[in-house]
Design a protein around this ligand. Structure first.
Ligand code: C5P
Length: 275
């Protein structure tokens, strides 16, 4: 009765809709193994099912994966910076999911307040795009794949004041900005045969055309597109709604999912290319 109760069923549906897999015996199996639906299975059978489940989830055994995540802060003076709203949640979810599937992850993280849990994640904390660029260029040659999830600032102030800038008594103030290096394009340029590079595109308009342009320009193998026009997608949310576009121009749209669920979809695509 508890299993059939609408609250239990509703919760199971909710979990499914967020992309979680729920292990259930097939109907036929139910009849032979269980006295009634919802009865606890024999512990040996549960362990066997879990062993199978996790064996099928280890798609990245011993693969080395570099992930960039979070925003970058571009210093104006000792107390001010130019930044953006990236929370790092998508990149951190990817790092945990890759490590969970057997990968050795190097996570290059901009300033975020998130923690890493899995022991196979080596975390390098950086602040600016320049620091992230150097860390990524050093780590990528050893890697099997790179996933570039960070929201890197395109520009930084030309000069970083060493003292706090004082308010001008009157008039406007101008900051001269100079372009940062494009980390994705730089890794794309040194990518070896067999290495896979994945980028992200957060767009507000002409989403597909912009994403396809970036895929080509940065020499990516596939790009994960999310639109700020979709409710529940993008910065700071716990959910995301993505379309994966690959080099062959094939586009696959996924439903709204938790960022953990989205990470699994991205890894499934990556795993097909790494084999
Ligand atoms: O060109 P745009 O910034 O929209 O491209 C997004 C993709 O490029 C993301 O994968 C992002 O992490 C990466 N990128 C980068 N370095 C930059 C700018 C973007 O790695 N300076």
């Amino acid at each position: 009765d508890m299993f059939a109760h609408p609250s239990t069923q509703q919760n199971l549906d909710r979990l499914r809709s967020f992309g979680n897999r729920i292990i259930e015996p097939a109907e036929g199996e139910l009849a032979s193994h269980l006295v009634g639906k919802g009865r606890m299975e024999e512990p040996d059978k549960i362990v066997a099912v879990l062993d199978d489940f996790f064996a099928s989830q280890i798609q990245l055994e011993k693969k080395k994966i570099v992930i960039t995540a979070g925003p970058t802060y571009e210093k104006i003076d000792p107390v001010r910076f130019i930044g953006n709203y990236s929370s790092g949640k998508m990149g951190f979810a990817l790092a945990e999911a890759c490590a969970g599937q057997g990968a050795e992850v190097t996570l290059i993280a901009g300033p975020v307040s998130l923690k890493t849990v899995h022991p196979n994640i080596k975390r390098i904390d950086v602040e600016s795009a320049e620091e992230m660029y150097h860390a990524a260029m050093e780590a990528f040659p050893e890697a099997d794949a790179g996933i570039l999830c960070a929201a890197v600032a395109d520009y930084r102030p030309d000069v970083q004041a060493t003292e706090k800038i004082k308010r001008e008594t009157k008039g406007e103030m101008t900051l001269l900005l100079v372009p940062n290096k494009d980390i994705a394009a730089s890794l794309g340029a040194i990518k070896r045969e067999g290495q896979i590079l994945v980028g992200f595109a957060l767009e507000t308009n002409d989403e597909t055309a912009h994403a396809e342009g970036k895929l080509k320009r940065k020499n990516l193998d596939f790009i994960v597109l999310n639109s700020l026009r979709d409710a529940g997608a993008g910065f700071r949310c716990d959910t995301n709604k993505i379309t994966i576009i690959d080099k062959e121009g094939e586009a696959t749209a996924y439903p709204l999912k938790s960022k953990q669920g989205v990470a699994v979809d991205i890894i499934n695509k990556l795993a097909t290319l790494l084999k």
